[in-house]
Ligand binder design. Sequence first.
Ligand code: ATP
Ligand code: MG
Length: 232
Amino acid sequence: MPAYFVTGTDTGVGKTRTSAALIHALRGAGHARVVGMKPVAAGCDWVDGINGHPGQWLNEDVVALRQASSLHVPSSFDNPYALPAAVSPHIAAKLANTEIDLDHIEANFHALQQHADAVVVEGAGGFIVPLCEQPGVFLTSADLAQRLWLPVIMVVGLRLGCLNHALLTQEAILARGLTLAGWVANAVDPNMPEQAANLATLQAHLQAPMLAHWGWDPQATPAELAKRIDLP
Ligand SMILES: Nc1ncnc2c1ncn2[C@@H]1O[C@H](COP(=O)(O)OP(=O)(O)OP(=O)(O)O)[C@@H](O)[C@H]1O
Ligand SMILES: [Mg+2]
């Protein structure tokens, strides 16, 4: 069953865009029940319940993944940690008086896997974003990727500094024994100088196929982008 962990060179580089496009691409490839998962979302709005349903904290990435998904599940499964504060997850968890538990995320992921034909997991921020910091314990998004043992797809936000970030992220993925299944070049800066030269360097030194190259386009929909992505 296809399942991927989507990480990025930084926060705000197009992980949600890519995850939603991947979900559409997997659906287009014949997988009927495809679901997105955002295990840890930091930055939520309170949404009042309607028709007797309780209110809940809701994150915009989670909404976008749900819109793309063809399998819909209770929110505790596709987003077990909905943390109100838009800060690093380990700080957001402390502010919410909770602690991010990888066992809990893993159990929910396996539950999703049982009901889905494909799962796309979007990480929080960059690859080594802290998730839990307690005396004697330090867990990051990389530990989560390792725990789920998924092939990783890296989104490179094309802007100044991305070569360093992409190469560092690749090293960290490979150092943990994980597979870099592919990467996406995403033009988040419409005025990036020497974009072609940067792409050539990425293509020469990233040890995985480029799955897509998207230009700067604020209006592009996941369904459109999905037509321009090669599934790994
Ligand atoms: N190629 C692009 N052209 C124009 N705008 C883009 C492009 N890619 C992403 N964006 C915009 O940049 C913002 C960040 O993208 P996105 O939410 O996918 O990033 P992210 O890596 O998931 O961020 P986060 O770390 O918050 O999860 C969004 O507003 C998105 O619409
Ligand atoms: Mg996102």
